[in-house]
Design a binder for this molecule. Structure first.
Ligand code: 3PG
Length: 395
């Protein structure tokens, strides 16, 4: 259901769940992509004269207020982007939130403090989450779910609250599902998926699923060392998940059986330690020295990956190829981003880190067909899993 199905919103209090889980350096937001992605829905509601109350989380606080995870920097940035003040409530559903929600005028915005300061938000107990959802629902007349990055979480502000108020999906949720469906539905082939990031264990489900869907799987990032180890190579002091080696061997067998090509790097940028100024060298992927760790894919691999991306008609990229935050280990990620930007096929960047990499490394976002705001959510969508925060909207 779109926002228009909620009827005339003038003067109505609309609770919006956004995903404002942005990277911070102290109190400085280093990538505001998720805040900007929330603007179309918020603007539509404000233009309709609604009183907008936003609930969101930041990081993973331990269920109690913690100034380190305050949404204050988000309130400030959102205000700048909307061109109007955004009031921040001092609590989530407490006295201050209630008073500020009551005082809200048409076309005004209130941001509730980090909803994960309340332990009931992430509780596994339905009744506990329900009690928080009741309190959230009492603040508003309608609910709009627009935090795509969090729809894979069965949490009070994402899932339970939707059952308590007339609800709709926001523009971001629609846009994400529409674009990501181009890869899950009937993708134009060849369909290539570039996977990176640090852990294989985070990507088990998606890899298993992609082995029945994609034509090529290009693997980089920290997780590649578990693949190299599964092939019998020694990986020095690189990140390695020993307990996943057997699973990866299974993937390699399944890939062969299904005719899916798994493309691994042929060279690796290594250094003796995890440091921005550690001396970097390039070695063959099957000859990583015992005292060195792999921190990026090498130049030959970057070229190989770029060629595969250029030939594909649908390309999904999730996870950086190396430690792109350090200049010396950013080239693999830059090469993949560049190849995606130049590709003729339909390009989807999924995952908080790869989306942030595109922006932080200065690529032109408009040259990608879709940059997802979801990390885990976009992976679970690609995996074909039901997302509780989306399912609940369909009643
Ligand atoms: C994300 O960053 O992927 C979302 O905001 C969800 O955060 P979470 O993994 O802490 O639930």
């Amino acid at each position: 259901k779109t926002i228009d199905t909620l009827g005339d919103l003038r003067g109505k209090r609309v609770l919006v769940r956004s995903d404002f889980n942005v990277p911070l350096d102290g109190t400085t937001i280093t990538d505001d992509g998720r805040i900007r992605a929330a603007l179309p829905t918020l603007t539509e509601l404000l233009d309709a004269g609604a009183k907008v109350i936003i609930t969101a989380h930041l990081g993973r606080p331990k269920g109690s207020p913690d100034p380190k995870y305050s949404l204050a920097p988000v309130a400030q940035r959102l205000g700048e982007l909307l061109g109007k003040p955004v009031t921040l409530a001092a609590d989530t559903v407490g006295e201050d939130a209630k008073a500020k929600a009551d005082a809200l005028g048409e076309g005004e915005v209130l941001l509730l403090e980090n909803i994960r300061f309340d332990p009931r938000e992430t509780s596994k107990d339905d009744a506990e989450r329900g009690a928080l959802a009741d309190e959230l629902a009492s603040l508003a007349d309608a609910f709009v779910s627009d935090g795509f990055g969090v729809v894979h979480r069965k949490q009070a502000s994402v899932y339970d609250v939707a059952k308590r108020l007339p609800h709709a999906a926001g523009k971001l949720v629609f846009k994400e599902i529409d674009s990501l469906s181009k890869a899950t539905g009937n993708p134009e082939r060849p369909y290539a998926v570039v996977l990176g990031g640090s852990k294989v264990s985070d990507k088990l489900g998606v890899i298993g699923n992609l082995l029945t869907k994609a034509d090529e799987l290009l693997i980089g990032g920290g997780m590649v060392f578990t693949f190299l180890a599964a092939k019998g190579y020694s990986v020095g002091t690189s990140l390695l998940e020993e307990d996943q080696i057997e699973a990866v061997k299974g993937y390699l067998r399944d890939a062969e059986a299904n005719g899916v090509e798994i493309v691994l790097p042929v060279d690796i940028v290594v250094a003796p330690e995890f440091k921005a100024d550690a001396p970097a060298t390039v070695v063959p992927a099957d000859a990583i020295p015992a005292d060195q760790m792999g921190l990026d894919i090498g130049p030959e691999s970057a070229k190989l990956f770029a060629d595969k991306i250029a030939q594909a008609r649908t390309i999904v990229w999730n996870g950086p190829m190396g430690v792109f935050e350090f200049d010396a280990f950013a080239n693999g990620t830059k090469a993949v981003a560049q190849a995606m930007q130049d590709a003729a096929g339909f390009t989807i960047v999924g995952g908080g880190d790869s989306a942030a990499a595109v922006r932080i490394l200065g690529f032109d976002e408009s040259k990608f067909d879709h940059i997802s705001t979801g990390g885990g959510a976009s992976l679970e969508f690609l995996e074909g899993k039901e997302l509780p925060g989306v399912a609940v909207l369909g009643d």
